[in-house]
Design a protein. Structure first.
Length: 276
Protein backbone atom coordinates (compact mmCIF):
# COMPACT_ATOMS: atom_id res chain seq x y z
CA UNK A 1 0.00 0.00 0.00
CA UNK A 2 1.39 3.37 -1.03
CA UNK A 3 2.14 5.91 1.66
CA UNK A 4 -0.08 8.99 1.65
CA UNK A 5 2.00 12.14 1.22
CA UNK A 6 0.60 15.64 1.27
CA UNK A 7 1.02 18.03 -1.63
CA UNK A 8 3.05 20.38 0.56
CA UNK A 9 5.52 17.59 1.41
CA UNK A 10 5.91 16.64 -2.25
CA UNK A 11 6.45 20.25 -3.21
CA UNK A 12 8.99 20.77 -0.43
CA UNK A 13 11.04 17.72 -1.35
CA UNK A 14 10.88 18.65 -5.05
CA UNK A 15 12.23 22.13 -4.35
CA UNK A 16 14.91 20.66 -2.08
CA UNK A 17 15.96 18.15 -4.75
CA UNK A 18 16.21 20.87 -7.40
CA UNK A 19 18.19 23.09 -5.02
CA UNK A 20 20.69 20.30 -4.32
CA UNK A 21 20.96 19.47 -8.04
CA UNK A 22 21.62 23.12 -8.95
CA UNK A 23 24.16 23.39 -6.13
CA UNK A 24 26.05 20.36 -7.44
CA UNK A 25 25.86 21.62 -11.02
CA UNK A 26 26.92 25.18 -10.19
CA UNK A 27 30.72 24.58 -10.49
CA UNK A 28 30.25 23.13 -13.98
CA UNK A 29 27.96 26.02 -14.94
CA UNK A 30 30.49 28.56 -13.64
CA UNK A 31 33.24 26.85 -15.65
CA UNK A 32 31.12 27.00 -18.80
CA UNK A 33 30.35 30.70 -18.32
CA UNK A 34 33.95 31.61 -17.45
CA UNK A 35 35.23 29.91 -20.60
CA UNK A 36 33.57 32.64 -22.67
CA UNK A 37 34.95 35.56 -20.62
CA UNK A 38 38.13 37.53 -21.09
CA UNK A 39 40.94 36.98 -18.59
CA UNK A 40 40.21 40.36 -17.02
CA UNK A 41 36.57 39.48 -16.46
CA UNK A 42 37.47 36.02 -15.16
CA UNK A 43 39.55 37.44 -12.30
CA UNK A 44 37.39 40.52 -11.68
CA UNK A 45 36.37 41.31 -8.09
CA UNK A 46 33.49 41.25 -7.45
CA UNK A 47 32.92 38.55 -10.07
CA UNK A 48 30.21 38.78 -12.69
CA UNK A 49 28.15 35.75 -13.65
CA UNK A 50 27.50 36.45 -17.32
CA UNK A 51 30.36 37.61 -19.55
CA UNK A 52 30.26 41.30 -20.45
CA UNK A 53 32.26 40.53 -23.58
CA UNK A 54 31.39 37.19 -25.16
CA UNK A 55 34.54 35.75 -26.73
CA UNK A 56 35.82 32.50 -28.24
CA UNK A 57 39.46 33.56 -28.11
CA UNK A 58 40.15 31.30 -25.13
CA UNK A 59 39.33 28.20 -27.15
CA UNK A 60 41.59 29.27 -30.01
CA UNK A 61 44.40 30.10 -27.58
CA UNK A 62 44.00 26.70 -25.91
CA UNK A 63 44.23 24.91 -29.25
CA UNK A 64 47.28 26.97 -30.30
CA UNK A 65 49.11 26.18 -27.05
CA UNK A 66 48.21 22.49 -26.75
CA UNK A 67 46.95 20.04 -29.35
CA UNK A 68 43.44 19.27 -28.11
CA UNK A 69 42.77 16.64 -30.77
CA UNK A 70 45.85 14.63 -29.78
CA UNK A 71 44.97 14.66 -26.08
CA UNK A 72 41.34 13.80 -26.81
CA UNK A 73 42.40 10.88 -29.03
CA UNK A 74 44.71 9.61 -26.28
CA UNK A 75 41.83 9.79 -23.80
CA UNK A 76 39.60 7.80 -26.14
CA UNK A 77 42.26 5.15 -26.71
CA UNK A 78 43.03 4.78 -23.00
CA UNK A 79 39.43 4.79 -21.73
CA UNK A 80 37.98 2.52 -24.42
CA UNK A 81 41.06 0.28 -24.57
CA UNK A 82 41.20 -0.24 -20.81
CA UNK A 83 37.45 -0.92 -20.71
CA UNK A 84 37.58 -3.56 -23.45
CA UNK A 85 40.65 -5.20 -21.92
CA UNK A 86 39.03 -5.13 -18.48
CA UNK A 87 35.85 -6.79 -19.78
CA UNK A 88 37.86 -9.51 -21.52
CA UNK A 89 39.49 -10.34 -18.18
CA UNK A 90 36.49 -9.69 -15.92
CA UNK A 91 33.75 -11.67 -17.70
CA UNK A 92 35.45 -15.09 -17.25
CA UNK A 93 36.53 -14.13 -13.72
CA UNK A 94 33.02 -13.04 -12.74
CA UNK A 95 31.56 -16.21 -14.32
CA UNK A 96 33.84 -18.42 -12.24
CA UNK A 97 32.98 -16.53 -9.03
CA UNK A 98 29.23 -16.53 -9.71
CA UNK A 99 28.74 -20.08 -11.02
CA UNK A 100 31.76 -22.01 -9.73
CA UNK A 101 32.47 -20.41 -6.35
CA UNK A 102 34.83 -21.74 -3.70
CA UNK A 103 34.94 -21.04 0.01
CA UNK A 104 37.45 -18.22 -0.67
CA UNK A 105 35.43 -16.45 -3.37
CA UNK A 106 33.94 -13.84 -1.03
CA UNK A 107 37.35 -13.22 0.52
CA UNK A 108 38.91 -12.63 -2.90
CA UNK A 109 36.13 -10.21 -3.85
CA UNK A 110 36.56 -8.24 -0.63
CA UNK A 111 40.32 -8.19 -1.08
CA UNK A 112 39.96 -6.82 -4.62
CA UNK A 113 37.60 -4.10 -3.46
CA UNK A 114 39.91 -3.22 -0.58
CA UNK A 115 42.64 -2.32 -3.10
CA UNK A 116 40.40 0.53 -4.33
CA UNK A 117 40.52 2.01 -0.83
CA UNK A 118 44.31 2.24 -0.82
CA UNK A 119 45.72 5.68 -1.70
CA UNK A 120 47.26 5.62 -5.16
CA UNK A 121 50.31 7.53 -3.95
CA UNK A 122 51.16 4.52 -1.74
CA UNK A 123 52.21 2.50 -4.80
CA UNK A 124 53.47 5.39 -6.90
CA UNK A 125 57.20 4.69 -6.58
CA UNK A 126 57.14 0.94 -7.37
CA UNK A 127 54.77 1.40 -10.32
CA UNK A 128 56.83 4.30 -11.64
CA UNK A 129 60.03 2.23 -11.43
CA UNK A 130 58.36 -0.75 -13.11
CA UNK A 131 57.08 1.45 -15.92
CA UNK A 132 60.50 3.05 -16.28
CA UNK A 133 62.29 -0.30 -16.55
CA UNK A 134 59.70 -1.66 -19.01
CA UNK A 135 59.81 1.55 -21.08
CA UNK A 136 56.11 2.17 -20.54
CA UNK A 137 56.42 5.76 -19.34
CA UNK A 138 54.59 8.29 -21.52
CA UNK A 139 52.99 5.59 -23.68
CA UNK A 140 49.33 5.02 -24.47
CA UNK A 141 49.54 1.26 -23.95
CA UNK A 142 51.19 1.82 -20.58
CA UNK A 143 48.31 4.05 -19.47
CA UNK A 144 45.84 1.49 -20.84
CA UNK A 145 47.42 -1.22 -18.68
CA UNK A 146 47.38 0.86 -15.49
CA UNK A 147 43.76 1.97 -16.10
CA UNK A 148 42.74 -1.65 -16.58
CA UNK A 149 44.42 -2.70 -13.35
CA UNK A 150 43.00 0.07 -11.16
CA UNK A 151 39.41 -0.38 -12.44
CA UNK A 152 39.42 -4.18 -12.74
CA UNK A 153 38.10 -4.79 -9.17
CA UNK A 154 35.06 -2.61 -9.84
CA UNK A 155 34.40 -4.31 -13.19
CA UNK A 156 34.61 -7.81 -11.71
CA UNK A 157 32.42 -6.90 -8.73
CA UNK A 158 29.70 -5.32 -10.89
CA UNK A 159 29.66 -8.22 -13.35
CA UNK A 160 29.60 -10.68 -10.46
CA UNK A 161 26.48 -9.06 -9.00
CA UNK A 162 24.79 -9.11 -12.44
CA UNK A 163 25.71 -12.74 -13.13
CA UNK A 164 24.38 -13.83 -9.73
CA UNK A 165 20.89 -12.74 -10.82
CA UNK A 166 20.93 -15.06 -13.85
CA UNK A 167 19.30 -18.45 -13.12
CA UNK A 168 21.91 -21.18 -13.12
CA UNK A 169 19.33 -23.57 -14.59
CA UNK A 170 19.64 -21.80 -17.94
CA UNK A 171 23.37 -22.44 -18.06
CA UNK A 172 22.89 -26.05 -16.97
CA UNK A 173 20.36 -26.52 -19.76
CA UNK A 174 22.91 -25.18 -22.24
CA UNK A 175 25.48 -27.66 -20.94
CA UNK A 176 23.00 -30.52 -21.33
CA UNK A 177 22.50 -29.46 -24.93
CA UNK A 178 26.23 -29.87 -25.48
CA UNK A 179 27.40 -26.25 -25.16
CA UNK A 180 31.07 -25.94 -24.34
CA UNK A 181 32.39 -23.39 -21.86
CA UNK A 182 33.15 -20.81 -24.57
CA UNK A 183 29.66 -21.13 -26.09
CA UNK A 184 28.07 -21.05 -22.64
CA UNK A 185 29.71 -17.73 -21.80
CA UNK A 186 29.56 -16.03 -25.21
CA UNK A 187 26.21 -17.24 -26.55
CA UNK A 188 24.18 -17.76 -23.35
CA UNK A 189 25.57 -15.73 -20.46
CA UNK A 190 26.71 -12.54 -22.19
CA UNK A 191 23.45 -11.88 -24.14
CA UNK A 192 21.44 -12.24 -20.93
CA UNK A 193 23.69 -9.80 -19.07
CA UNK A 194 23.91 -7.13 -21.79
CA UNK A 195 22.31 -4.38 -19.61
CA UNK A 196 24.78 -5.03 -16.79
CA UNK A 197 27.76 -5.28 -19.13
CA UNK A 198 26.74 -2.07 -20.90
CA UNK A 199 26.44 -0.12 -17.64
CA UNK A 200 29.78 -1.53 -16.48
CA UNK A 201 31.35 -0.46 -19.77
CA UNK A 202 29.94 3.06 -19.51
CA UNK A 203 30.99 3.47 -15.88
CA UNK A 204 34.53 2.27 -16.56
CA UNK A 205 34.88 4.60 -19.56
CA UNK A 206 33.87 7.51 -17.31
CA UNK A 207 36.28 6.45 -14.56
CA UNK A 208 39.18 6.05 -16.99
CA UNK A 209 38.36 9.34 -18.75
CA UNK A 210 38.35 11.28 -15.46
CA UNK A 211 41.46 9.66 -13.96
CA UNK A 212 44.03 12.37 -13.29
CA UNK A 213 46.65 11.05 -10.86
CA UNK A 214 48.20 8.34 -13.04
CA UNK A 215 47.72 10.11 -16.36
CA UNK A 216 49.63 13.15 -15.11
CA UNK A 217 52.28 11.17 -13.20
CA UNK A 218 53.13 8.63 -15.90
CA UNK A 219 53.11 10.98 -18.90
CA UNK A 220 55.06 14.02 -19.96
CA UNK A 221 53.45 15.06 -23.22
CA UNK A 222 53.43 12.41 -25.92
CA UNK A 223 50.74 10.19 -24.35
CA UNK A 224 49.03 12.88 -22.29
CA UNK A 225 45.26 12.64 -21.94
CA UNK A 226 42.77 15.45 -21.40
CA UNK A 227 43.48 15.56 -17.67
CA UNK A 228 47.11 16.39 -18.48
CA UNK A 229 45.76 18.84 -21.07
CA UNK A 230 43.83 20.68 -18.32
CA UNK A 231 46.71 20.67 -15.86
CA UNK A 232 48.98 22.40 -18.37
CA UNK A 233 46.82 25.53 -18.07
CA UNK A 234 46.76 25.71 -14.27
CA UNK A 235 48.72 28.49 -12.61
CA UNK A 236 49.31 29.23 -8.91
CA UNK A 237 48.73 32.90 -9.62
CA UNK A 238 45.40 32.24 -11.37
CA UNK A 239 46.42 34.33 -14.38
CA UNK A 240 44.87 31.96 -16.92
CA UNK A 241 41.50 31.28 -15.32
CA UNK A 242 39.53 31.84 -18.52
CA UNK A 243 41.84 29.61 -20.55
CA UNK A 244 41.75 26.97 -17.80
CA UNK A 245 37.95 27.05 -17.91
CA UNK A 246 37.98 26.73 -21.69
CA UNK A 247 40.36 23.76 -21.49
CA UNK A 248 38.20 22.18 -18.79
CA UNK A 249 35.06 22.65 -20.87
CA UNK A 250 36.70 21.01 -23.88
CA UNK A 251 37.80 18.10 -21.69
CA UNK A 252 34.51 17.43 -19.88
CA UNK A 253 32.12 18.10 -22.77
CA UNK A 254 32.53 14.67 -24.46
CA UNK A 255 32.02 12.68 -21.26
CA UNK A 256 29.09 14.89 -20.19
CA UNK A 257 27.39 14.25 -23.52
CA UNK A 258 28.10 10.52 -23.24
CA UNK A 259 26.62 10.40 -19.75
CA UNK A 260 23.59 12.44 -20.79
CA UNK A 261 22.67 10.32 -23.83
CA UNK A 262 23.40 6.99 -22.11
CA UNK A 263 21.84 7.73 -18.72
CA UNK A 264 18.83 5.47 -19.41
CA UNK A 265 21.09 2.53 -20.22
CA UNK A 266 23.33 3.31 -17.26
CA UNK A 267 20.42 3.44 -14.79
CA UNK A 268 18.92 0.30 -16.28
CA UNK A 269 22.16 -1.59 -15.84
CA UNK A 270 22.88 -0.27 -12.35
CA UNK A 271 19.39 -1.34 -11.17
CA UNK A 272 19.68 -4.75 -12.84
CA UNK A 273 18.92 -7.36 -10.20
CA UNK A 274 17.81 -4.81 -7.62
CA UNK A 275 14.84 -5.47 -5.37
CA UNK A 276 11.74 -4.38 -7.28
Amino acid sequence: MARNVSVQTKTGFTILAWAVALLLFSPILWTIVTAFKTEAEAIASPPTFLPLTFTLDNFFDVQDRSDYIKHAWNSILVSVGSTVLGLVIAIPAAWSMAFAPTKRTKDILMWMLSTKMMPAVGVLIPIYLIFRDLRLLDTVHGLTIIMTLINLPIIIWMLYTYFKEIPVDILEAARMDGAELWNEIVHVLVPMAIPGIASTLLLNVILAWNEAFWTITLTSGRAGTLTAFISSFSSPQGLFLAKLSAASLLAIAPILLLGWFSQKQLVRGLTFGAVK
